[in-house]
Write a protein that binds this ligand. Structure first.
Ligand SMILES: Nc1nc2c(c(=O)[nH]1)N[C@H]1C(S)=C(S)[C@@H](COP(=O)(O)O)O[C@H]1N2
Ligand SMILES: [Mo]
Length: 248
């Protein structure tokens, strides 16, 4: 960055370059200059990289074993009943700051514009696995519901309980409309199994594993996370001090 700028200034004339060299030779000025560069780079990353795609992989790179983590079966009577009828009675509720609250069956979800992607899941506990995920893009579901411009976050409510309360997670609208953010109905070409979050789980590929809510039953657009759980936006964030922004 420094080199590029100096090359540019050198092109503009030797006088400017001399001035620049004088500043660069002063240790205190250098410190300030370099601090500025670091800050600028950080800011640029934060602003521009949010839309960048997570790496995608070839089918032959898929992990032979994809571990299941956290809840492996919600095990509640309500969930067991849904499993028993092959999720025919499942409905995804979409509400909050939307003009058209929705209640979507699996067939309706499957008919929406979908994406398929082979990505790497990274869990904070120190394991990763590459798998293929397929399902409607979350952004299209939110558009169908007419999400209002006042919404800043999207909250997911899940069928599994922790201390008697449904697991929950949230992402901001930038991640919600990221092209790789999908409501996965399929994993590795087959319908999602119970261990991996049947019948619907979030894939938010620019985030760590705990943001990928499994067993999603409800989606709410909200203006603030203040009223959700203890206010930090997710079960782990509220109870185990994980960061809300778990970007990778
Ligand atoms: N509903 C729900 N979603 C969840 C969890 C959970 O316990 N309940 N665990 C999270 C964690 S920590 C990880 S690493 C991934 C694991 O996804 P997998 O079981 O498909 O590997 O799910 C995430 N989503
Ligand atoms: Mo995790």
């Amino acid at each position: 960055m420094i080199v590029a700028r100096r090359t540019l200034i050198a092109g503009a004339g030797g006088l400017l370059l001399a001035g620049c060299d004088r500043v660069a030779a002063n240790p205190q000025a250098r410190r300030i200059l370099f601090a500025g560069e670091d800050m600028h780079r950080g800011l640029q990353r934060a602003l521009l990289d949010r839309g960048a795609l997570a790496p995608e992989f070839r089918p032959d790179q898929m992990s032979p074993i994809f571990r299941a983590n956290g809840t492996r079966d919600p095990g509640t009577p309500a969930y067991a009943a849904m499993v028993a009828d092959g999720f025919a009675g499942y409905r995804l509720r979409v509400g909050g700051l939307v003009d058209r609250p929705l209640s979507l069956s699996l067939a309706q979800l499957a008919s929406m514009p979908a994406r398929s992607q082979i990505t790497r899941h990274d869990c904070v506990e120190g394991w990763s696995a590459i798998g293929q995920w397929q399902g409607p893009m979350l952004g299209n579901v939110l558009k169908a519901a007419g999400m209002r411009s006042t919404a800043r976050y999207v909250v997911f409510t899940c069928a599994d309980l922790y201390n008697g309360q449904p697991y929950y997670e949230s992402i901001d609208t930038v991640d919600a409309f990221h092209p790789q953010t999908i409501l996965a109905l399929k994993m590795n070409g087959a319908r999602l199994n119970v261990a991996h979050g049947a019948p619907v789980r979030l894939r938010v590929e620019r985030q760590l594993g705990y943001k990928h809510a499994k067993y999603v039953t409800g989606i709410d657009a909200v203006a603030s996370l203040a009223g959700i759980g203890k206010g930090k936006g997710g079960y782990w964030e509220d109870n185990v001090d994980y960061d809300w922004y778990a970007g990778i």
